[in-house]
Design a protein around this ligand. Structure first.
Ligand SMILES: Cc1cc2nc3c(=O)[nH]c(=O)nc-3n(C[C@H](O)[C@H](O)[C@H](O)COP(=O)(O)OP(=O)(O)OC[C@H]3O[C@@H](n4cnc5c(N)ncnc54)[C@H](O)[C@@H]3O)c2cc1C
Length: 488
């Protein structure tokens, strides 16, 4: 795809980009993939000359694995990562106790992925970048956005080297210190979760097994943990500093910390591959949209890493926004559809912020909520439930659409791709003819996680509309995917 909307100052041209995505972190890369498979002309601009090198968000939650399944990267993620190792508490050089970081939850037909999957963030990003290239999208590295302006028709960004980029919409996926958010004047309200800084580093260590997530409690509230990172020889080292001073990020500084907090010697740490001084904050942008610009991922909300929600919530933002931009730009869906991005994602982010903070402070467990499978959009204006007298436990419009094999095919296979899926579950009620590139119809026998009825599953895997018959289906589709002309 020619993406020559990056121009020298003053250059002319009408090949307007659809979407400018600022930042090639997990949010921008995932959004890039989703837009590319929808035929949306998008460009991701990234300030750095290469992908971020650290392991940061290393825990992929089950719901994120489902998103990756839909985008065709799950096999690569599975091949490169591993399950969370059993925790091992050390004291005075002796192994004291094992413990499970996450409760064991057996997979079911409806929830095939139930445990977090460990993968260093740099590898997740590499996999997403490779997928983006396969889908025909691209990232321009070494291209920092300096300013952003918008008018009724589009946005205009100036890059650090003076080039101008014009697009119909822009997405700020440029992280917690988002330049775009500042350019828009959108506030970020929040608080420090922990006044004490943390050292987070990727290190190589000899003489320590890679079967456990090693935990070294110290006197007071300091601690040091070493988590083996699958698919590499690295450990992710995390240490908290309550003594008033921040961490020393030099290789010698990290070695000294290791030697002081564990039975390991400084020499056993052979390499520091990446180190950062991290101060956990919980903060959220005052709004997730300003005109033609959307905020997603860390640009919209920053969390404590406790509970492993940051990267995962960021990925879900992009997944929520991608199909909506695609529907408006490629299928002629009403612009109002884009209002539902903030409507749906802001409450989720607010809940996640509270949860991460409570886990960080030891006030909550890493329970079911952290897996993100129970998250949904029941209160959204896009959730239309036309059935009546449903039992309280029934699946409803707004809920995540469960997987399973009620018929010959697996439901996640039927959902995979950019289309909507109309599931007729245990019912022979007629459905109107629908254009298969927009909505695929799938008839299956009665299946307990769904009950009986028609379920219109959104491209992002949530039930958008549910009814006993197809009455009301076409008006709903007109709202979300561009009207009757798209349906045969
Ligand atoms: C120490 C640490 C541990 C963490 N642990 C976890 C965890 O266990 N689980 C979890 O889910 N999350 C974790 N997180 C959070 C996770 O790393 C973030 O939530 C995630 O990276 C957010 O992705 P993003 O794409 O929104 O932003 P980022 O990953 O920050 O990416 C933003 C990108 O935008 C680029 N950029 C910035 N400004 C500009 C500009 N002006 N122009 C162009 N490009 C620009 C940056 O270079 C960067 O590549 C952790 C974070 C940290 C710091």
């Amino acid at each position: 795809m020619a993406l020559n909307s990056v121009k020298e100052p003053g250059a002319e041209g009408d090949d307007l980009l659809d979407v400018l995505v600022v930042g090639a972190g997990p949010t921008g890369l995932l959004l890039g993939c989703d837009l590319a498979r929808r035929g949306v002309r998008a460009l991701v601009v990234e300030r750095s000359h290469r992908l971020f090198p650290g392991s940061r968000g290393k825990g992929l939650q089950p719901r994120t694995l489902e998103v990756f399944d839909d985008l065709g990267v799950l096999a690569a993620v599975r091949a490169a990562g591993g399950g969370a190792p059993v925790g091992m508490v050390w004291r005075d050089g002796e192994r004291q106790a094992e413990y499970r970081m996450f409760p064991d939850v057996p997979p079911t037909e409806a929830e095939p992925y139930t445990s977090p999957w460990l993968l260093p963030q740099w590898r997740t990003q590499e996999i997403l970048l490779a997928r983006l290239a396969e889908l025909g999208g691209r990232v321009e590295f070494g291209a920092a956005l300096s300013t952003l302006e918008q008018d009724p028709e589009g946005v205009e960004a100036r890059l650090h080297d003076g080039r101008l980029v014009r697009a119909r919409y822009a997405v700020a996926a440029d992280g917690g210190r988002s330049t775009v958010r500042r350019q828009l004047g959108v506030g970020m309200t929040g608080e420090a979760v922990d006044p004490h800084p943390m050292l987070v580093a990727d290190v190589r260590i000899t003489g320590l097994d890679r079967d456990n997530w090693h935990v070294f409690p110290s006197t007071g509230d300091d601690f040091l943990t070493l988590c083996p990172l699958p698919g590499s020889d690295d450990f992710q080292l995390v240490a908290r500093f309550t003594d008033g001073g921040g961490p020393d990020l030099s290789a010698d500084g990290v070695r000294k910390t290791l030697a002081a907090r564990t039975h390991l010697s400084a020499e056993q740490l052979t390499e520091v591959r990446w180190a950062s001084d991290f101060r956990p904050r919980a903060a959220m942008a005052d709004r997730f949209r300003d005109g033609r610009v959307f905020l997603a991922g860390d640009a919209a909300h920053v969390h404590s890493p406790a509970g492993g929600q940051g990267l995962n919530t960021s990925v879900q933002d992009a997944y929520n926004l991608g199909w909506k931009l695609g529907a408006v730009l490629r299928q002629g869906a009403p612009e109002a559809l884009l209002e539902t991005y903030e409507e749906e994602r802001l409450p989720v982010a607010a809940d996640m912020l509270g949860l991460s903070t409570r886990i960080h402070r030891g006030e909550a467990e890493r329970g079911a909520a952290t897996r993100q499978l129970t998250l949904g959009y029941r209160d959204s204006s896009l959730a239309v439930e036309a059935r009546v007298r449903l039992p309280p436990e029934a699946l409803r419009a707004g809920d995540r659409a469960p997987d399973g094999r009620p018929g010959r095919a697996r439901l996640f296979d039927a959902f995979r791709g950019p289309h909507w899926t109309l599931l007729a579950v245990g019912t022979e009620v007629p459905v109107p003819p629908l254009a298969p590139e927009t909505v695929r119809v799938h008839r299956v026998p009665e299946y307990e996680p769904y009950g009986v009825g028609l379920f219109l599953v959104r491209p992002d895997g949530y039930v958008g509309w549910a009814g006993p018959s197809a009455d009301g289906l076409l008006p709903y589709l007109a709202r979300v995917s561009g009207g009757a002309e798209h349906h045969r």
